[in-house]
Design a protein around this ligand. Structure first.
Ligand SMILES: Cc1cc2nc3c(=O)[nH]c(=O)nc-3n(C[C@H](O)[C@H](O)[C@H](O)COP(=O)(O)OP(=O)(O)OC[C@H]3O[C@@H](n4cnc5c(N)ncnc54)[C@H](O)[C@@H]3O)c2cc1C
Length: 486
């Protein structure tokens, strides 16, 4: 939804500078393999693991996917509002997200650029809880670029340069010789991203770049807040750079991003058990016991802290004990994010709340500047107009927003019936993306693999899908070697 602000930044063309490798699909040696694998979690990570395992094994592995939800997709889910789908969770991806793009193309899913409901006539504004401190019209043009440079000097150019350098380093994780990697902490070091994930964005930007404070506070922080619900002083620098990574706009799958994950699961041929929480997994001589069956391997494709899962070793008497996970999976705090969809008869009329009358309100991002009042919400955007002519808005906030608060924010105090319907969903959306030095092990116990170590490094649909693919590739080698040594 924020492609304008991002394309405005990204349009300062610095060229490819050779840092972003060409993402050609890698040739994979496909081998017939035999093994049974349980995957716990049918989100981006689990569905990608199932799909790539199936490809790497010529469909020979026997995969069962368990999910406690009644749907595939995890943190990627749509809701229907007057016949149209809207993303309740993971909503946008970018063109360097090759796994999602290839998935969409392979399954003939339509990729769209999210529409701007008001065309080029509305604004992107930045609200600091007290006043609207910045706004510009939607859409890119050379004169708007000049305005941007006038306001922020060369900071947008510097920020774009550092973002591209960072993404270039990250993309090495897709390719040999680094792919597949058996330790995320090690591979992050090898590509030179350890300092970025270990340092908060404010410190890193001030120490290493010429990106000015005004640009940091007004634009970058508005982006880290809408993407990761976090301010620059708290979020690590890699996450801040990723928030800028929409070089030529953002993408969505028409009808819902989760269709990619549905198709991956379907194509994998895995046996799928939805509505099926797994409360414990037990390591025994026969393999891993999951839901009454033994499996050779288990992939845990869900954040451990929210999985309500015990990992146990031993099946009899004194042998039975909990496997200590603290050292293998560092404790990662997650954001509790409140997503609110609003259906209304009228557009936002923000004069009373935001202090500007007769203003064309479009997307409102937020930031905090001295004296640091925390705005009531992180972002507010018009997502579309329905066939009935009603308006659909989406808000992100740290707290639940009551109908009264919404009516106040939208300026409908005198016409409360303008608010037709509200949908609310609370997520543990992503880690707080605080600086980290250690990421979770990939193999947390023998033959037990974990995808969500990726989350505190960078939490997106694409990166978590990459984590699933990486484990599929590691498993291919493991199973092949085991078979050949028998
Ligand atoms: C509001 C919101 C906005 C976002 N915006 C974006 C965005 O614009 N772009 C982007 O790329 N990313 C975005 N993200 C992040 C992205 O959605 C996630 O990083 C990604 O989808 C996580 O995938 P995953 O498979 O690792 O985990 P999840 O999607 O969390 O999947 C884990 C699955 O495991 C299941 N599970 C957990 N425990 C058990 C158990 N014990 N037994 C059985 N099943 C279990 C869960 O039910 C869940 O389905 C957003 C997320 C949210 C919530």
């Amino acid at each position: 939804m924020f492609q304008q602000i991002l394309s405005l930044i990204g349009s300062f063309n610095l060229g490819n500078n050779g840092l972003v490798p060409n993402l050609v699909s890698q040739q994979t040696e496909v081998l017939p393999l035999n093994a049974s694998i349980a995957i716990i979690g049918a989100g981006a990570g689990g569905s990608s693991a199932a799909y790539h395992l199936s490809n790497y094994s010529r469909h020979q592995v026997d995969v069962t996917i368990f999910d406690k939800n009644d749907y595939i997709g995890g943190r990627v889910k749509t809701i229907e509002i007057e016949g149209e789908s809207y993303e309740l969770g993971g909503s946008i991806f970018v063109t360097v997200n090759s796994l999602l793009i290839e998935g969409a193309e392979q399954f003939n899913l339509n990729i769209s650029t999210p529409e701007e409901p008001e065309g080029n006539n509305s604004t992107v504004s930045v609200w600091d809880g007290q006043e609207l401190i910045y706004d510009f019209p939607r859409g890119w043009s050379w004169w708007k670029g000049i305005l941007f440079l006038k306001d922020f000097g060369l900071s947008p150019l510097y920020a774009t340069y550092y973002m591209r350098t960072t993404i270039g380093k990250f993309l090495q994780l897709y390719e040999e010789p680094l792919f597949p990697w058996s330790s995320l902490t090690t591979v992050v070091d090898e590509v030179g991203l350890t300092e970025l994930i270990g340092t908060d964005s404010r410190t890193w930007l001030n120490k290493n770049t010429s990106v000015g404070t005004k640009f940091q506070d007004t634009i970058l922080q508005a982006l880290t807040r809408v993407n990761y619900a976090s301010n620059l002083d708290h979020i690590h620098s890699l996450a801040a750079m990723v928030c800028l990574a929409a070089e030529d706009g953002v993408r969505q799958i028409v009808g819902g991003n989760n269709q990619i994950f549905h198709n991956w699961v379907k194509a994998s041929g895995a046996y799928v058990k939805l509505n099926h929480p797994v409360s414990n997994i037990v390591k025994s001589n026969e393999g891993w016991l999951v839901d009454g069956n033994y499996f050779d391997y288990v992939i845990l494709a869900a954040p451990f802290a929210h999985s309500d899962l015990s990992i146990i070793s031993g099946t009899h008497g004194e042998d039975v004990h909990l496997i200590e996970t603290e050292k293998l999976i560092p404790d990662v705090p997650y954001v509790e994010l409140h997503v609110t969809f609003v259906l209304s008869k009228e557009k936002i009329d923000g004069g009373n709340y935001f202090g500007k009358y007769g203003y064309s309100y479009g997307t409102i991002l937020t930031t905090t500047t001295p004296p640091y009042a925390e705005p009531q919400f992180l972002s507010l955007s018009q997502e579309g107009t329905t066939e009935k002519g009603h308006y659909v808005y989406k808000l992100f906030s740290y707290e639940d927003l009551s109908d009264e608060q919404l009516i106040d924010i939208f300026g409908w105090v005198k016409t409360p019936k303008t608010l037709l319907k509200v949908w609310r969903k609370t997520w543990y959306s992503y880690p707080k993306m605080q600086p980290v030095s250690e990421l979770a092990n990939i193999e947390i116990a023998p033959n037990l693999f974990y995808t969500s170590g990726m989350d505190p490094f960078i939490s997106t649909m694409e990166t978590n899908a990459l984590s699933g693919k990486n484990i599929a590739k590691l498993l291919q080698a493991r199973i092949y070697n085991k078979q050949n040594n028998q």
